[in-house]
Design a protein around this ligand. Sequence first.
Ligand SMILES: [Fe+2]
Length: 381
Amino acid sequence: MNVIFSHPATVELRDQGLCVQLSDGAPHYFNYYWLRDNCPSSFSPMTRERSFDIFHLEAAPRARSAEIEDEALVIVWQDEDHVSRLPVSWLETYATGKPRPDPADLPRVPWYSDHYPSVPRFSQPDLVADSAQRKAWIQALIVSGFCIVTDMPDTDAGLTETAALIGTIRPTFFGDYFDVKTYINPTNTAYTSAALELHTDTPAEEYAPGIQFLHCRANSVQGGQSLYTDGVAVANDFRKRDPEGFKLLSEIAVPFYCEHDTYDMRSRQTVIELDRFGEVSGLTISQHMLDMLDLPQEVLDAYYPAFCRFGRMLQEDKYMMRFLMKAGECMVFDNHRIVHGRAAYSASSGERYLRGCYTDRAEMRSTYRALVSEGRFKHAV
Ligand SMILES: [Fe+2]
């Protein structure tokens, strides 16, 4: 290996990269391609995109010399008329190969049946008017997965305006919006007042929508309590109570479907969803959209009992939050995390009208990051 010491004891040039001594006193290795590709000049301050194209370098990048100067690593490149200036503090952020810091990576806080009085609530006009309120709202959604927006306008546009504060309306194969409109009429079999079991929405989609909005426009019926359970709280406890069951439900994907005259949507999902850190991030569960389990029958000997143990656990009193939605409120929740359902209600006692739509989780996190920081360009070098 050809080693050149460009600056005594601080920078050591190697064949494919260099070692630089950072503030912890230890040498840290950086690859030349990475250093060249991420030179501050590689990015357009206007578009914030990378404008440099590393595919068009004639030779593999290699430093002719490198030294620390004014808290920056200054690299003179060998086969290119170019000098890079990389702040040491910026190098330290990436020295250990960790992902770029993400302000939307907030720890999830599980909640239980007694959560209703402390559900984060935000007034819709305040959210529209105040970006600090929007930031607090989205932060609460990332952390607890469930919020109530109050003072909603009694219009279709009110829901559109609210959802647009988080992201683009995300259609499903049912359309941009859905109406759960139940004018009580026992002869109309399209609507039902029966209980609705706990579920996440549209599990048959390859990527089910992430954030659900349920705008309560009218609710004067007797009964019909809303049921919400934090899937993260249950699955985290299931992991401790039933490690083998947890393994089956988080590792084996099972089929979901939604089928009618003009569509036949199918997907395979694990019932328990893990994030890239191995932490529970959500659930996919729906008894009415679970397809025939097509796993080997011997696997079902273990899978089905575990699935039922988990399904029963979701309904334990410890976890299930029950309350009556009021007209003018909008439930906003993580459709991958919060399972929801409804108790039966009296079929002749009034009107119940909910209008709903979705946005996506990734767009919610994007909006949050934009509200709390300027990304890497805040620290532009
Ligand atoms: Fe639903």
